[in-house]
Design a protein around this ligand. Structure first.
Ligand code: FAD
Length: 402
């Protein structure tokens, strides 16, 4: 089936899939009736997620005229705790915390309002090639497609069809929603704690609104490198310190998939977006990234379907994008943050307030503050360089003593 004919089937109705549909239709409104989103759940559906979306994501939604009107908590700043020390940045207007149950439903309604077909409660089981197109096999029969977009998240069926090997970073995540406690930060702050060196990751406390109740979403993010750690045990200990019993909370466990520069993101008539392609492995941020994937993919697909460029260009377009540049940097930072230089990296974070501020600016898509960034990089070079030299010196002394 030529791409100029037939449906564009988007597998998965999370932010990556729905924004792909919205961006496609905004670029080429005449294609609306050829766009189908297939979602295995029925909205409003639960998605395990702390729901913090930086202004970078919201700005894309504003540009697309697709801002979901849902209850939210404004993010005014970020705090990071390391042992007994804490660093804070309060730039204001960094983004919002939403409930995915509400956000994804409202976003899907916006796509439907633009003429996109949404088929809920249908699970994609497999995909097979058919001439130049594909046939999508679902729990409710087969759907012919000119193009298939895999936006089906961490456990992506489409990714498996494309043949991507299961390499790259994977993370385990566990979260609970609890009542606030006396030690919580202001409700405008999202809080990270990287104190526990046994975790290649962090714990978090984000303000959230659940059915009008001001609760706190608390969780653990841990990269799966080497040995396994019992996340439940870590969260139990953290909550016990707040007088909360983990067993009394509905806890939710899930995985996340990091981005790899060499991941295959297109194969024949099938392309990948969002977490199916890979997100940030450093802190596991994936919603704004999914939105950005969708925005790029939607306008790209409009060109593909109008026969102006081949689908195979997706790899080059994605890998040259700001999004991939960002994800590559975050992937490179994983080893620094959780590897042998972790103590030096933490010292850099605590001593150089500009570092967190630059991170906040990035999260919120604020203009880069070049003097602050320059100072943070110099500080990092000094801290990590001096730390590395000190380690070498200690190693030398140990060798001499031996
Ligand atoms: C506990 C936890 C906390 C998180 N907190 C944050 C946070 O605070 N901020 C942040 O930015 N990111 C966070 N993330 C990451 C974020 O949730 C994801 O990266 C993001 O949702 C990815 O969007 P997506 O559209 O690619 O995939 P998803 O949102 O996972 O959407 C995929 C969709 O595909 C559907 N689907 C799956 N398989 C099939 C199939 N076979 N057939 C049909 N449909 C299918 C699913 O039902 C789902 O609706 C968190 C993740 C976890 C696990």
């Amino acid at each position: 089936m030529p791409t100029t004919d037939g449906d564009i089937v988007i597998v998965g109705g999370g932010p990556a899939g729905v924004v792909t549909a919205v961006a496609l239709v905004r670029t080429a409104p005449e294609l609306a009736d050829r766009v189908v989103i297939v979602e295995k759940e029925t909205y409003p559906r639960e998605k395990l997620c702390a729901g913090a979306i930086g202004r970078r994501g919201w700005a894309i939604l504003e540009r697309l005229g697709a801002v979901p009107m849902v209850p939210s908590v404004s993010i005014e700043g970020i705090t990071v705790r390391v042992g007994s020390e804490e660093v804070e940045s309060r730039l204001g207007g960094l983004g919002y915390v939403v409930r995915r149950l509400e956000f994804d439903h409202a976003l899907a309604r916006i796509a439907v309002g633009l003429g996109v077909r949404l088929r809920e409660g249908i699970k994609v089981l497999g995909i097979r090639r058919d001439g130049r197109g594909a046939v999508v096999e679902t729990t409710q029969g087969e759907m012919p497609a000119a193009v298939v977009v895999g936006a089906d998240g961490v456990g992506s069926v489409v990714r498996r069809v494309v043949g991507v090997k299961p390499e790259g970073y994977r993370a385990q995540v566990l979260e609970v929603d609890t009542e606030p406690w006396a030690g919580d930060r202001d409700r405008g702050l999202i809080h990270f704690d990287v104190t526990d060196r046994e975790l290649r990751g962090y714990t978090w406390d984000f303000p959230t609104l659940v059915d009008g109740r001001a609760l706190v979403c608390r969780g653990i993010y841990m990269l799966r490198i080497g040995g396994e750690v019992d996340l439940g045990d870590h969260l139990r200990r953290k909550l016990a310190g707040m007088g909360i019993d983990l067993a009394s909370c509905r806890n939710k466990r899930f995985a996340e998939r990091g981005f790899g520069s060499d991941t295959t993101v297109v194969e024949g008539p099938i392309m990948l977006v969002g977490e199916a392609a890979g997100i940030d492995p450093l802190v596991g941020e994936g919603i704004a990234q999914a939105i950005e994937y969708g925005s790029l993919a939607g306008s790209f697909l409009a060109d593909v379907v109008r026969d102006r460029r081949p689908l195979g260009d997706w790899t080059a377009l994605l890998m040259r994008s700001r999004l991939a540049f960002d994800l590559r940097i975050r992937s490179a930072l994983v080893k620094l943050a959780f590897g042998p230089a972790r103590a030096d990296a933490e010292r850099w974070m605590l001593e150089c307030k500009n570092l967190l501020e630059c991170g906040c600016r990035h999260f919120a898509a604020m203009p880069i503050d070049f003097p602050a960034l320059g100072e943070a990089l110099l500080h990092g070079a000094w801290t990590l360089g001096a730390g590395g030299a000190a380690r070498e010196f200690r190693r030398l002394l140990a060798t001499q003593a031996g």
